[in-house]
Design a protein around this ligand. Structure first.
Ligand code: HXC
Length: 525
């Protein structure tokens, strides 16, 4: 008997019920209706359902809590229909792997967050937590539903609480595709990655209020648009539109394990790709003060030149991102000599420390490319707490038990060298290129102190200083000194780096490192 024949056999009351279910479901699925949807499209935005259809393979999407209904009676709300409570929730596959999603529907009550809207998000998060699957939000909302008062506020609190429970268990990614203002911004802020679409805004206090309270005049975009929030370190990626944001989200997911108990996805065939790349032997300039771009070096070493840089536009003196070696994900950290000579400052320390902790939480091996002249000197840095911020890097690397491999490309001076995961911070492998300079401080600074009198008394102080610098570089700063102390395990030609990393990562796959039981360490926040 066909399904149609079966359906025809159902008692008339059931048939009527199913028909009214169909109609009701259709009404709920229309969100704010054609006019609101047209307005959403005119604003260059997709609807919540269109966004989900782009993210999740449509036939795998299972919507949950479509019938949720608010119970607010204040301000004439008793009879107000808010289809799906202004947020679409459910689960489905992205490239064959399950994710849970909550997409706010701006066409319905401005995507505002009421008690049941929040409950839908919370229950979806609970399922993501139990199933060990990534949780993704697509934010497009006017904030707390004002008519629902503290019930709305409490809803946010429940979401924040779950953001923290999920943290380090499953990856959490927020796409900001519209307004995300006030306290609402703290849910994405508690997640791992924020992708902002051009035209979206995140801020705690909006421009209108600022004008009244502080007298500052600024547009919403200047205050909390994607560029501004990348510069502040809040956002990680900028997308030109919704389609690009979802593409970035999928690319990011492709590098991540579903949860903290899994290894990252492995696209390899079990073969190591041990190639030498002679071009790398020609990249580092002969003059140690001359800058070069570290990103092409990273791209030449990783699989297929595929490097997903994270937080470009924030502390660009440090580079972080995901790539693959022999099919498996690695987290890359590098100093960028092109920007401020690759020095570490407050923002670079925060950027690196957070990334290292993310990789460690999700079993992603870390590769650190070092060319660092030190921590940035300056009153602003000291007053801003460079000691506290730099300490976050030392803490994050020392606490990380995921495989850690460091490659010293050129300069590795002082505390900044240690902070970039030198051997003493638990690096499992440290290799240096032959021109590397590893020392307690840069040669110029060092000779000014240890040869101060000799330089002063020399007939030609400049020539004497230059000679002392040359000697210091050769005798103390050479990688052979570090290798002689086993602080560096190998000195390799740049062209051999890929081979070195492939073998090291393969060897470290079974790495186990144990730490004393404690509630948690006290990272110097
Ligand atoms: C209830 C809201 C709403 C809200 C928007 N709407 N925000 N309803 N609560 N927070 C409704 C509007 O009344 C309107 O309904 C519909 O959504 C579309 O909004 P428009 O204003 O027509 O859209 P637009 O012109 O695009 O402006 C979008 C907006 C604006 C900039 C977001 O709506 C706005 O400023 N909303 C208020 C934002 C706000 O102050 N939120 C803070 C709440 S307190 P109708 O039926 O008229 O079409 C907060 C604290 C949270 O969030 C703390 C958590 C820790």
């Amino acid at each position: 008997m066909t399904q149609q024949e079966l359906a025809r056999q159902a008692p008339p009351t059931m048939r009527a019920r199913i028909e009214s279910l169909r109609q009701y479901r259709q009404r709920l699925e229309q969100g704010g209706g054609p006019d609101r949807i047209a307005r959403q499209h005119q604003a260059g935005k997709l609807t919540a359902r269109e966004r989900i259809h782009l993210l999740i393979e449509p036939e795998t999407f299972q919507e949950l809590f479509l019938f949720a209904r608010h119970r607010c009676t204040a301000f004439g709300m008793a009879d107000k229909e808010i289809p799906a409570e202004g947020v679409i929730t459910g689960c489905g596959s992205v490239d064959g792997r399950q994710v849970f999603v909550a997409a706010q529907d701006f066409t319905v009550a401005g995507g505002s967050v009421g008690e049941m809207h929040a409950d839908k998000i919370c229950q979806t998060m609970d399922l993501a937590f139990k199933c060990g699957s990534p949780f993704i939000t697509i934010n497009d909302s006017g904030g707390a539903r004002i008519q629902e008062g503290i019930d709305a506020l409490s809803g946010y609190g429940r979401i924040f609480y779950r953001n923290v429970l999920l943290s380090g268990v499953v990856p959490q990614i927020a796409i900001i595709a519209g307004p995300c203002a006030g306290g609402a911004a703290y849910s994405p802020a508690l997640m791992d990655f924020i992708i902002m679409v051009r035209g979206s805004e995140m801020f705690i206090t909006g421009p209108e209020v600022l004008k009244q309270v502080t007298g500052e005049h600024v547009t919403g975009d200047e205050l909390g648009g994607p560029e501004a929030q990348v510069r502040s370190g809040v956002a990680h990626f900028i997308a030109e539109n919704d389609v690009e944001a979802i593409a970035i989200c999928k690319r990011l997911l492709s590098f991540l394990p579903a949860n903290n108990l899994e290894d990252p996805p492995d696209r390899g065939d079990g073969e190591l790709r041990l190639f030498n790349d002679p071009v790398l032997d020609t990249i580092i300039p002969a003059d140690p003060r001359e800058p070069y771009d570290v990103i092409p070096i990273i791209k030449r070493i990783v699989d297929d030149g595929d490097f997903l840089e994270v937080q470009r536009g924030f502390a660009d003196n440090a580079v972080i991102g995901f790539a693959r070696i022999d099919g498996s994900t690695v987290g890359i950290v590098a100093n960028q000599p092109m920007v401020m000579a690759g020095v570490l400052d407050i923002d670079a320390s925060d950027k690196i420390a957070r990334f290292v902790r993310f990789c460690n939480a999700f079993n992603i091996p870390l590769i650190t490319f070092i060319d660092v002249p030190g921590f940035l000197p300056g009153v602003a840095q000291e007053r801003g707490g460079i000691i506290r911020h730099g300490a976050k890097m030392l803490f994050a690397y020392s606490a990380a038990t995921t495989p850690k491999i460091s490659i010293i490309l050129r300069k590795a001076y002082g505390g900044a060298y240690l902070a970039m995961c030198g051997k003493d911070l638990g690096a499992d492998r440290v290799a240096a290129w032959p021109g590397a300079e590893i020392a307690v401080m840069g040669p110029e600074g060092a000779v000014n102190i240890i040869y101060r009198d000799q330089i002063k008394q020399a007939d030609d102080p400049a020539a004497a200083r230059a000679e002392f610098v040359r000697q210091y570089r050769a005798e103390f700063a050479s990688p052979y000194v570090g290798a002689g102390r086993n602080l560096i395990d190998s000195i390799i030609a740049p062209s051999e780096t890929r081979r070195y990393l492939s073998l090291a990562l393969a060897s470290l796959r079974t790495k186990r490192e144990f730490r004393p039981q404690k509630k948690h360490g006290l990272v110097p926040l």
